[in-house]
Design a protein around this ligand. Sequence first.
Ligand SMILES: Cc1cc2nc3c(=O)[nH]c(=O)nc-3n(C[C@H](O)[C@H](O)[C@H](O)COP(=O)(O)O)c2cc1C
Ligand SMILES: [Mn+2]
Length: 448
Amino acid sequence: MTRIYDLRSWLEALERAGQLVRVHREVSLEHELAAVAAALERQRGPAPLFERVAGATWPVFASSVANQERAALALGCDKGQVTEVMGRAIDPANGIPPVRIADAAWKANVLTGDAADVRKLPIPTHAAGDGGPFITSGVIVSKDPVSGRGNLSYNRMQVKGPRKFGFDVNEWRHVRQFMDVQEAKGEALPVAVAIGLDPAIKIAAGARYEGDELCIAGAIRGEGIRVSRGFTVDIDIPADAEIVIEGYLPAHVRKGEGPLAEFHGYYGRIWESPVFQVTAVCWREDPIFETIIPGWNEHVYLGNVLPREPLLLNFVRHVSKGVTGLHIVPYGCGFTVIVALNKTNPGEPKNVAMAAFTAHVNVKWCIVVDPDIDIYDPADVMWALTTRVDWAKDVFLVPGAQGHEMDPTADTHGVHTKIGVDATADKGRREPAGRVSYPDVDLSQYLA
Ligand SMILES: Cc1cc2nc3c(=O)[nH]c(=O)nc-3n(C[C@H](O)[C@H](O)[C@H](O)COP(=O)(O)O)c2cc1C
Ligand SMILES: [Mn+2]
């Protein structure tokens, strides 16, 4: 197995697993690159490395952690173990802190001052309704100005000029908390953006964690992530990143930014957001740029699937030891959960669904299936819904419950209706003979 510690070793691991496709045909950064990557994500196809990008010298990689196979590969486990491995990684007791080194691959090339021009970077314009080019796969590295601890997050960055971006940050984020401390003193918040990464760091950045999220990445890799001090910011930045942008968020500056495709599959609005002022642009030799297709599978996987599944598993396991697996489906905006249950009592599936609702406000729809259903295969789940559900008896609604404030069916406070579905068999109805199945075959042996 390839030891994964940066984007390049990750690409090797993907290629070996048949999860990488090199796109030789030239693509445009305006919509075309994102359209190809989005189509591949929806077909559960391999991740594209765009080798020729019009008007750019650097290749662009997309869709790193966009399906269950790649999540498992990134975490070094089987498909069905992802939730449990994530559970161990985000347990602060297992965190492994980063290790500081003097050198870093990205210290090979540095532009500062007026020369730090981000027009050099191949930043795509993704969806048709996006407000322009956005960095979507930048992991934001910041530092708590009070305690000094590090922090990782995602904050989309819209290109606003050669050295300026819009910087989207919601109210309850750690970065917002750090900004508030600085703004009270009238001071800027220094930040760095790391692009082109070991997927362990990307997975860590999507989690809400009381501590430095780099400890999560360390826990995934079983050793501290190598970091190196920035040139113009006093921040420890992943040393094996392909590209690093350093800068600061000036105090009390807000500018219109957006719209961008959101995780729920609609466009967001234009927000009055902070501004990121660039102080340095750094890169490895022959760097590879990386992007996340906004509003699509990887976006939901990193933000809503991987960090939340462990929490849900804890809750539903508390209610029933018979739970064999759980998946927050990436095509359901992080609102839909499928639980596999080896039930021992007829009412158990509904109790399990209720546990999922209370585990996280986002959960709106919980489908409970038997362990013979592949929870990672939408067609198998649809088959269970069709053949094992009597809609008048096996479904229950919870009106007036708290949901995500961005659920388009919810009111302005996020109040919505939740729905639980018992899609298990053996409810004392008819008894079909055994289920039809065909053995798995290695298609490459037949179609080559
Ligand atoms: C791909 C992706 C993009 C995101 N974009 C934003 C964003 O633009 N603004 C924001 O406030 N949160 C965004 N988030 C959510 C936060 O970055 C994420 O929840 C992170 O855990 C917040 O870090 P914190 O817990 O240290 O505050 C995004 C998440 C993902 C996975
Ligand atoms: Mn944090």
